[in-house]
Design a protein around this ligand. Structure first.
Ligand code: PHE
Length: 428
């Protein structure tokens, strides 16, 4: 997947595989409006030792590891992902993601005083229904596949976007809201992709009284308002930048757009948005309304605003990182404390029919954790017998210290073993 931290490209693709149906598990517990408790609820201890936990507390509800990580074909959640549940980086006021979230809140609070309700503690474990069905993701859409999404069971997923909360909040009667949360996607490994990242969703509903006074139709009215609002937000975050709108596709909006800004000599995709599909509003009992919705990836924006070169840094507890940021200070440039040398290891194998790069990356991440910087396909060929060989180059690099040869050889040895046993490939 290309550099897209809204990772919106996943939804920009019209369709492809698999089909699953569902019910609920833990729907959202706490709905916070405006003032948020943020940092206060987290003890530093909990931040620092997530991996050892076998119980995670989400919005006041305790969930055991066994409920989320199961030895069952309908479950594909590894321990490394379980350990991220409840971390809620976006609720830490001194963390770049929390600082960015609060800067976006400031924009909405200034321009729409007391209008937008804010939710940032909604449970990330959601039903397939709310994650996909309620926002009209087609039954055969690629994002529903076990290759792309973490399933707790056939009916329950770790939300892969904050759009999972749209329909429910509408049904509860909310008309202006911002939802921030951790989202989960199986993906490749490089400096801009991590299987957990953070999104913010915005929704605004209009009633006929809003557009009747204008000389445009409801859809154009909402689209225009949306663009004005988001251009203002981009200026609030990035200053006076050049912007452009790109037409795109999302299952839940029509028309759909992406906003790009010209920043540091490049066009950068900032967010995905559009006029909400009428069907979503209709099913939420809002037949006469129109609405807009947007979704943005916090990491992608924070990497640019704070000059953070690697997405793994958001998860580090190294004080040389954390001490560089403070509450309310958007855009302080991160000074790399040091760059430790990478170590590259190549691995070639004959793939099986079921081989996917996401599965490979999960095996590697399961063994090497955040010591793996990149997994890259460097050679690919099919022989006369129709057997396909892949060669992957794995870059190991710690952001905190030098790695020893012995340590890396040990990791690579384990990777080779597990790749062969778990992915049914034949090493060459
Ligand atoms: N949910 C989309 C994604 O994750 C982003 C989006 C939200 C697009 C709302 C349009 C409207 O890619």
């Amino acid at each position: 997947m290309a550099f897209s931290l809204a990772n919106s490209t996943l939804f920009s693709k019209p369709s492809i595989f698999l089909h699953r149906r569902s019910l609920a598990f833990c729907l959202h517990f706490s709905s916070i409006s405006t003032a948020l408790p943020s940092d206060k609820v987290h003890s530093p201890r909990k931040w620092r030792h997530p991996v050892a936990a076998s119980l995670v507390e989400l919005g006041g509800v305790k969930i055991a590891r066994e409920e989320i990580v199961k030895d069952d074909p309908t479950n594909n959640v590894p321990d490394s992902i379980f350990s991220k549940l409840g971390m809620q980086l976006h609720r830490r006021g001194q963390h770049p993601l929390g600082i960015l979230k609060n800067a976006i809140f400031d924009y909405f609070d200034t321009n729409y005083p007391n209008k937008f309700n804010k939710f940032d503690d909604l449970c990330p474990i959601v039903s397939v229904k709310v994650n996909f069905d309620d926002v009209l993701v087609p039954a055969d859409h690629v994002s529903r596949s076990y290759n792309d999404t973490y399933y707790v069971d056939s009916q329950t997923v770790l939300r892969c976007h904050t759009s999972a909360h749209q329909a429910e909040l509408l049904r509860e009667g909310h008309t202006h809201f911002l939802v921030t949360g951790d989202v989960y996607r199986r993906d490749s490994i490089d400096s801009t992709h991590y299987p957990v990242f953070h999104q913010m969703e915005g929704v605004r509903v209009f009633t006929p009284a809003d557009w009747e006074g204008s000389d445009t139709d409801a859809t154009s009215y909402a689209a225009e308002d949306l663009k004005k609002c988001l251009e203002g937000l981009a200026r609030h975050l990035f200053g006076g930048v050049e912007m452009r709108w790109i037409d795109t596709y999302f299952p839940f909006t029509n028309p759909s757009f992406e906003l790009e800004i010209f920043f540091q000599e490049k066009w950068l995709e900032v967010l995905g948005c559009g006029v909400m599909e009428q069907e979503i509003l209709k099913r939420s009992g809002r037949t006469d309304n129109v609405a807009w919705a947007f979704g943005l990836g916090l990491e992608r924006l924070a990497m640019v605003l704070f000059d953070i070169p690697d997405i793994r840094l958001f998860w580090t507890t190294d004080e040389r990182f954390t001490s560089q940021f403070s509450k309310g200070q958007l855009g302080v440039k991160f000074k790399p404390f040091s760059k430790y040398p990478p170590c590259y290891k190549d691995m070639s194998f004959w793939i099986s029919d079921s081989f996917t790069e996401n599965n490979l990356c999960e095996v590697v991440r399961g063994i090497a954790g955040d010591l793996v910087e990149e997994v890259k396909l460097i050679d690919n060929f099919t022989n006369k017998k129709g057997m396909t060989s892949h060669c992957y180059r794995i870059a190991y690099r710690s952001m905190e210290r030098s790695l020893t040869d012995e340590e890396i050889n040990d990791l690579q040895w384990k990777v080779r073993e597990q790749v062969e046993s778990k992915l049914k490939v034949v090493l060459r």
